[in-house]
Design a protein around this ligand. Structure first.
Ligand code: BTN
Length: 270
């Protein structure tokens, strides 16, 4: 794969975001295919200093989960962060919880930024989406490069100042942006700096075990008590969501009894 040249790199994040306490490699692209693809490419460099951030104003081939395309227009916050979970002291059994950790950090960031902008309901839609007022405002794609154990790419697409007014009709009813919901623009660099701060603090908690994270996920789970369908690839199960289990699994009460799922795509039916 040919490397896409960044228009700025090798900077310390504190240069770009004054007040951010942790040194971090960062590269910015005005336009790129996918920040996750670029981050995965960077992971093959054994001497890469991590955490490392790849950020772009625009993506031409943004990717979502399940091989979906990630649609976004100018004004969205698009980035991928490379971390080394082992170096951060996160016990290996907790590595699959890093995506929930990223989601909770988004929820906490939005709670902060939207608190003065009216009545907004922010929540986590298991496992990887963040909802604002019942619509998807953020998607998270965590990928693990094969080359180096412990490294992870956390890709985040947060709809900030991009509007869904002109989005394809299938998206208009299910997705939204911060600006669409509050009719004022937001400062993307502040959102990013605050997400990094929350993510760093959540990862520190996770290094001591999953209890705090799981409790925060339970408090913010938008599916609890709702009738949902869960697509697990070969089967679609319908039932009432019973919240999130101690290991991050989704609990579902279906006619077959209570079941637990570690992955899948959920749709809320009520
Ligand atoms: C999803 O909800 O399906 C996950 C979407 C993740 C999108 C982000 S945008 C930045 C990063 N680069 C990508 O190509 N995808 C992620």
């Amino acid at each position: 794969m040919r490397s896409e040249e960044p228009d700025s790199e090798g900077q310390c994040l504190s240069t770009l975001f004054p007040g951010f306490p942790f040194p971090l490699g960062v590269e910015h692209h005005a336009e790129i295919g996918s920040t996750n693809d670029r981050a995965l490419e960077l992971c093959s460099n054994a001497s890469l200093l991590v955490p490392h951030l790849v950020i772009a104003d625009r993506q031409t081939a943004g990717r979502g989960r399940s091989s979906n395309r990630w649609w976004s227009t100018d004004g969205a916050l698009l980035f991928s962060l490379i971390i080394d979970a082992a170096n951060l002291g996160i016990p290996e059994p907790c590595w699959p919880l890093v995506s929930l950790t990223a989601g909770i950090a988004v929820v906490r960031t939005l709670e902060e930024h939207l608190s003065t902008a009216g009545n907004h309901v922010v929540g986590l839609k298991w496992p990887n989406d963040v909802w604002l007022n019942d619509r998807k405002v953020c998607g998270i794609l965590v990928e693990v490069p094969p080359q180096r154990r412990g490294r992870m790419v956390i890709g985040i697409g947060l709809n900030v100042n991009n509007s869904f007014a002109d989005a394809p009709s299938e998206l208009r009813t299910i997705a939204t942006s911060m600006q669409d919901e509050s009719t004022r623009p937001f400062e993307s660099s502040e959102l990013l700096a605050n997400w990094l701060r929350h993510f760093q603090s959540e990862l520190t908690d996770l290094a001591n075990g999953p209890d705090l994270l799981i409790e925060r996920c339970r408090q913010r789970c938008v599916l609890a008590g709702q009738l949902v369908s869960l697509d697990i690839g070969h089967e679609v199960i319908t039932g009432t969501c019973r919240g999130i289990d101690d290991d991050g699994a989704l609990r579902l009460l279906s006619p077959a009894g209570e079941q637990r799922f570690l992955a899948g795509t959920v749709r809320r039916l009520t």
